[in-house]
Structures are given as structure tokens and as C-alpha cells.
Design a protein around this ligand. Sequence first.
Ligand code: SF4
Ligand code: SF4
Length: 110
Amino acid sequence: MPYHEVSAIVSTIAVVDATIDIDPAVSCSNCLACCCRLEVMLISDTGVPDRFIEEDDYGGQTMARLDDGWCAALDRNTMMCTIYEKRPWVCRSLEMGSYECRVERAEHMG
Ligand code: SF4
Ligand code: SF4
């Protein structure tokens, strides 16, 4: 996902956070980490290990992704985040059951 789209999501999440529409029926446990295919921009230092960070020519940092699009920090056996306590702010902001979450699930799970 291009930077401007990620920025738009970040802005949207920040604005609607207080009134976020959560579907309680949605669970990460049956999702196969759909949102871990998104490009994740690093906008603050949460302690993400350097080996998972990619930097562009302008100093912009994102989570490294594998050739198939999944985040490099995702455990492919458990489909869980291996750096959960240090995960980026964007990952913390995408709430389970939120609109953004449901969009990703609909796109990748049908
Ligand atoms: S936040 Fe939503 S899209 Fe991400 S893993 Fe959980 S259920 Fe899936
Ligand atoms: S850092 Fe963790 S939560 Fe964020 S996209 Fe990567 S695997 Fe998913």
C-alpha cells in the first residue's frame, strides 16, 4: 500500500478512535493475520528490531515484508506477531473488529 494510503488510514484511525465501531464477533484467532499484509509505516520508535525495518532513500521506515507480502515479523506457523510487545504504532491502532479490520478481512477472506 502506498505511503499516502497508509497515512490516510493512520489519520482516520486517530480521528475516529474515540467513537470506533467495533464488531464484537470478529476475532484475530480466525483471521490468519489479514492485516499483516499491509504496508506498515514506522512513525514512532516502539523498539522494532532493525532486521525487520526497511528504509527508503528519504529515510522513511516501514516494516520489512517478504516476497508474498506478509510482514517479516509474522510467525508463519502460528500466524502471530513475533514482536508483539514492540509492534509499531500502526499495528496497535488497527483494532480487532474495527472498520479497517473488517475491510482487510473481507478482502482476504472473502
Ligand atoms: S486486527 Fe482484524 S485484520 Fe488484523 S488480525 Fe485481527 S481480526 Fe485480522
Ligand atoms: S509487526 Fe506484527 S502486528 Fe505488525 S504487521 Fe508485522 S506481524 Fe503484524
